[in-house]
Each structure stands twice: as structure tokens, then as C-alpha cells.
Design a protein around this ligand. Structure first.
Ligand code: 6LW
Length: 500
């Protein structure tokens, strides 16, 4: 099991934010992540110091940019984008594994709007990358690892795809390629070993963008496999230069907790580490965060507010919904200052459900909401996917806690209620000390806030069942609001993070 958490284990973008791709435009950095079955898709972050990131939008925030069939499976949808700044424009390439394949978008402002998609029917493979050489040729490289020249304005492929390199002999899933010109070489950075405990980052170099590539003798240049580092599964990386010209790597990792085996519950998160160059090969240093900062002044943004009052025109960019969000089922316009949700499916077991949530970003956190169930029923949920979720739900006559774990669904606690507005809460507490090798990663407790402000805990559940090791897939927990019958209104939502 990994060693105790320490200051080196803090992500720069916590919560389910995997497959980071980063680019620099002057003093500004922009970063995107995979978003899978959630809409809007592909969160876009901004930073000035590579450590503090603020979400400024989602690249695919119009239904015509992101088409997900109603039955698209969880952990389907949008995989592994690449973001580049070239020729005064931002370029984003991404795979929609549910039908549309590889898609390319452009923007002059990464906060949006992003263009309509350009399709790439001749590019086969996930994890597409874009790189331009000095002649203006655009090289598109995908998992496998293979490469083809493209016209990025039309999506047309120019020539036949060519196999480039497959990483270490026998290592599974060479993927996540990024190609860069750095000094005298073209570098091909890849991930290999699978996105679980064996994940790693390897690199090869060539004199031209299409090879032949020579692997780094020190590969993998980044992996935590077989170590007791509190951050595991490190891989899927991208390179960028810091404000002082030094080199940095962003990559995904997870924070497993608990006994044996251990479990991670927040999905794959984005981490940062310094890179130095020895003999023209990169050497990756220890994790960097606000607690172990880089050598330039940090530029933290204002603290994120705890409360979302639903008083603005629309929803903040951090709110996501599975597959689609229909204005008529999810609006802040119907009752001013309230979020109104209209039920579609009957529960979070359904793929077509009215749910709007935010990623759980801290191992230890609480979320609260004031809900009015006068015209329906709904509540506050912790969601991994349709088969793995816990929720506290209010109806006209009771408040109950439901657990869905695999094929099993059960009401695990309930109490009568008068049916008026009620404050519901959920809190996660990571395990502090392992006293039994079977200890889970955390507990998930559900609360009702009483009229006098005290809270009553209805039940405390083992968090392992809402972990990736149990549920499978590529995502992490999302905490949010849903309607299971009729119309439910929410006055506010608080997300209180605690120190990890
Ligand atoms: C992604 C692949 C990966 O396409 O996981 O960790 C897949 N790396 O590169 C899904 O995120």
C-alpha cells in the first residue's frame, strides 16, 4: 500500500481531471483534460504559474459539438485531447469514442467560443496529437503509435499512416503521444503500461518529425510503479516551458488510500513536475505544488467561493451532466435564484437522468444543498456511474439514503419528513490510519441539517464502492443534484473542501 500522504502528493488540478494537455501563449498557460460521458465536454483551465489553475470554460459546450448517444456508456465519450497554440490560434484535437471519432476545433480565445468540429475520418486511433514542423506541415500522431500528415483546416489526411514506435518491447498500450521540436531533436513522448499501477511515460527522439526514433536509454522517464509513493498510476504526460524557460511536465496520477488492495476515489488527477535535460534527454523531478513551489512567484487566484447560489444567468463551467443537459430540464431561469431540475429517468440508475454535479476534488470535503421537494423528489448524490452511486433523497414524506453498488440497490437509511424544504448533506472522510488490511479508502456520510443548525448523520458508508478499482473505467466521483420524479428546486449548493 502507498505511504502516508505528504506535501508532495498534491495535484495542481485535483479531482477527475485526467490526460492533461498544456500549451503556452505568452505569459498565459492553458490546459485541457478528458471528460468522457459528461456534458459540457473538455474543461479548459488557465494559469500564470503552472500551479494554480482556474477553469475558464469547456471547449465543447454546444450540443452540435458533442453528440453522445443516449445510451453512450460511462467512461465513453471524449478521450485525451491535445491543446496547442499555433499561428495565433488555439487548436484542440480529441476523440469521441461514441461515434464521431477524431475531431478538431479551433478558437482565438480558449475560454470560447470554440469552432464547430472538423472531422478526421482518415485518422484512426485515440489520443490524437498535433505538431507543426518548420515547413508548416501538420503531423497527427495517435495511440499505437502511428502518424499521418493532415490538413488541419479540412481534416483531410495526406498520405498513409505510418507506425512510429511502440515503447518498451512487450509493454502494453503505447498511447498518449505528443511530438515536439526541442533544440536539435524531435521528441516523441508517450505513455505505456496501461493507465493503472504500471503506468509510465517514455520518450524517443529523432532528427525529423517522422523518425526514425531512438528510445531514451533511461525509459520510463516517469513511473511510480512498484514504489510506495502516495501518488500512483503516473503517466499520460505533456511538456511545457515555465515562465523562466525551464521545462515542466504535467501528467495524470491517482491518490489511492486504504488497506490492501488500495482504492482511488477521485479519478485520475493532474500533477506537475520539473524536467531537466541531461545529454538531451529529459529527467523528471519530484512533484511540484503550492506546497513545494516552482522557482517563480506564485499567482493564486481569489479563493473559489464555497456557495453557488444559482443567482447568475447560467451554470458555472465546473457543473457537468451525463451525456446531455437539456435547458428545459435544468435551468436557473424558472425560479430566480434557484436551480430547477425536471426528472427524466426515475433514478441515477438510468442513463437518461437529470443530474448536474461537480467533481469531488478533495479527499475530505462536505457538500450541502437546500432542496424544495414540493413538486417532486430528488436529492444530493455521489456518482461514479449508473451502477455505482450513493444519494440522499427527499420526497414529500421522507428523506432516505440509497446505495447502488453493481447490481444491488438498497435503501440504507430513512426518516419521515414533513415534505418542506430541507438541507441535505454529504461528507467524505479519508481513512487516517490503517488498523485492518481490509480498511476502505474513506467513508461517505449523509446528513440532514436540523432547524437549529445541528446536523444529524443518517448513515456512514464505505467509500470503496465508489472507487475506480470497484466501478472500473476512467472517471472519478462527481457530487451533484438530481431529480427522480417531477420538478425539484435547489436554492443553493455548498462545496466545502478540507485540507488534503
Ligand atoms: C486515454 C489514454 C489513457 O485515452 O487513458 O491514461 C485513456 N491514458 O491515453 C482514457 O483516459
Amino acid at each position: 500500500m502507498p505511504s502516508a500522504p505528504d506535501s508532495a502528493s498534491i495535484p495542481v488540478i485535483p479531482g477527475f481531471h485526467p490526460d492533461p494537455s498544456v500549451c503556452r501563449a505568452g505569459e498565459d498557460y492553458y490546459l485541457v483534460c478528458s471528460s468522457f460521458e459528461y456534458y459540457p465536454g473538455i474543461p479548459v483551465f488557465h494559469s500564470r504559474d503552472l500551479v494554480h489553475w482556474t477553469q475558464i470554460g469547456n471547449a465543447l459546450d454546444r450540443p452540435d459539438q458533442l453528440r453522445l448517444p443516449p445510451d453512450a456508456h460511462s467512461s465513453g465519450g471524449l478521450y485525451a485531447p491535445t491543446l496547442r497554440y499555433h499561428d495565433g490560434r488555439f487548436w484542440l484535437i480529441v476523440t469521441n469514442v461514441n461515434g464521431d471519432g477524431n475531431l478538431l476545433f479551433t478558437a482565438t480565445d480558449p475560454a470560447g467560443p470554440w469552432s464547430d468540429p472538423v472531422r478526421l475520418p482518415g485518422v484512426h486511433g485515440i489520443d490524437p496529437d498535433l505538431a507543426w514542423d518548420e515547413h508548416g506541415t501538420c503531423w497527427c500522431t495517435v495511440a499505437g503509435i502511428s502518424q499521418v500528415r493532415i490538413d488541419p483546416r479540412t481534416g483531410e489526411t495526406l498520405g498513409e499512416p505510418r507506425r512510429l514506435w511502440s515503447g518498451a518491447p512487450g509493454a502494453k498500450t503505447p498511447e498518449a503521444p505528443h511530438l515536439y521540436r526541442i533544440g536539435a531533436y524531435w521528441y516523441l513522448l508517450i505513455a505505456e503500461g496501461g493507465t493503472e499501477r504500471c503506468h509510465g511515460v517514455s520518450i524517443a527522439r529523432a532528427r525529423t518529425p517522422d523518425g526514425p526514433f531512438e528510445p531514451c536509454p533511461a525509459n520510463p522517464v516517469l513511473t511510480h510503479r512498484g514504489t510506495d509513493h502516495p501518488v500512483q498510476n503516473t503517466g499520460h504526460a505533456d511538456l511545457v516551458q515555465g515562465p523562466d524557460g525551464s521545462w515542466w511536465m504535467v501528467f495524470l496520477g491517482v491518490r489511492p488510500r486504504g488497506g490492501s488492495p488500495d482504492w482511488h476515489v477521485l479519478g485520475r488527477e493532474t500533477f506537475l513536475a520539473p524536467v531537466t535535460w541531461v545529454d538531451d534527454w529529459p529527467v523528471v523531478g519530484e512533484l511540484t505544488s503550492a506546497r513545494t513551489p516552482p522557482p517563480w512567484p506564485l499567482r493564486p487566484p481569489a479563493e473559489a467561493p464555497v456557495r453557488d447560489d444559482f443567482d447568475g444567468g447560467g451554470l458555472a463551467p465546473g457543473w457537468i451532466s451525463p451525456r446531455i443537459r437539456r435547458e428545459e430540464d435544468c435551468t436557473t431561469g424558472e425560479r430566480a435564484g434557484w436551480l430547477t431540475l425536471r426528472a427524466r429517468g426515475q433514478s441515477l440508475d438510468d442513463t437518461d437522468v437529470t443530474f448536474v454535479g461537480r467533481r469531488q476534488q478533495h479527499l475530505s470535503c462536505r457538500a450541502w444543498t437546500l432542496l424544495d421537494p414540493a413538486e417532486g423528489s430528488g436529492g444530493l448524490a455521489v456518482r461514479l456511474d449508473e451502477r455505482h452511486h450513493y444519494e440522499i433523497e427527499a420526497t414529500a414524506s421522507e428523506v432516505r439514503v440509497v446505495a447502488r453498488i453493481g447490481p444491488l440497490r438498497s435503501v440504507v437509511a430513512s426518516r419521515p419528513s414533513a415534505g418542506g424544504p430541507v438541507v441535505l448533506g454529504v461528507g467524505t472522510t479519508p481513512v487516517q490510519e490503517i488498523t485492518d488490511p481490509r480498511d476502505g479508502p474513506d467513508t461517505v456520510a449523509f446528513y440532514v441539517r436540523e432547524a437549529d443548525g445541528t446536523r444529524t448523520e443518517l448513515v456512514r458508508l464505505d467509500g470503496r464502492y465508489l472507487s475506480t478499482e470497484v466501478a472500473g473505467g476512467f472517471t472519478g466521483r462527481v457530487i451533484g443534484l438530481y431529480a427522480s420524479a417531477g420538478t425539484v428546486r435547489f436554492d443553493w449548493f455548498d462545496y466545502e473542501p478540507y485540507e488534503d
